[in-house]
Design a protein around this ligand. Sequence first.
Ligand code: 6PG
Length: 222
Amino acid sequence: MAERVADLIEARLGRSLAERGTASLAVSGGSTPAGLYRALSERPLDWSGIWAVPVDERWVPPGTTGSNETLIRSTLLRNRAANATFIGLWTRAASPADGLEEAERRLSVLHDPFDVVVLGMGTDGHTASWFPHCDGLERALSETGPRLAAIKAKPSGVTGDYLDRMTLTLGEIRKAKVIVLLTAGAEKRGALERISGAGSVQDMPVRAILGARPDLWVCWAP
Ligand code: 6PG
């Protein structure tokens, strides 16, 4: 799955580089995409023209446990992809809500929609940091307005200790040219099957991207 999805992403980024000289990639944290990021880091793209941004960030400093920036730097931004330009979302503000203005300012250098967004999914049906019924979910699922939202998740086996997060909004993600939802394992297969069942978007926020206009690749491996 990692190699096949890396082929897809390489082709899309390469096409954007050819069309406008730059490309942008938003990448999720978690454990599932690590193999994909390692594969992608070896691909012969002109990474100096590529921007990489976390889809979301736990409110912990880079270099500490749980930081998505740390995961992305250690798996994707190495080898050839070390030349990409990374824009982090974590700021020194006390909370994601206090950091929104600075983080929005950082993203203002990106004028086009993301070419590729890589999403994971929790067994609770969250994606990005859109956790079921979390504080801030309404803004996170907004299709207009800011590119980022601050959320506070309810403690669960999926959130770990990281309840305060900043996340790209639905409006920002849905504009992407290609969205990849990367999942693996039997538990997530069950969650994928529940998505089409009864319930609201707030129950399983990943439902919000299923109507995405661009190419949406829902990927699952055993
Ligand atoms: C995060 C991710 C999150 C992740 C899912 C799946 O900050 O944790 O952005 O949305 O993609 O929780 O994580 P796993 O791949 O580890 O199951």
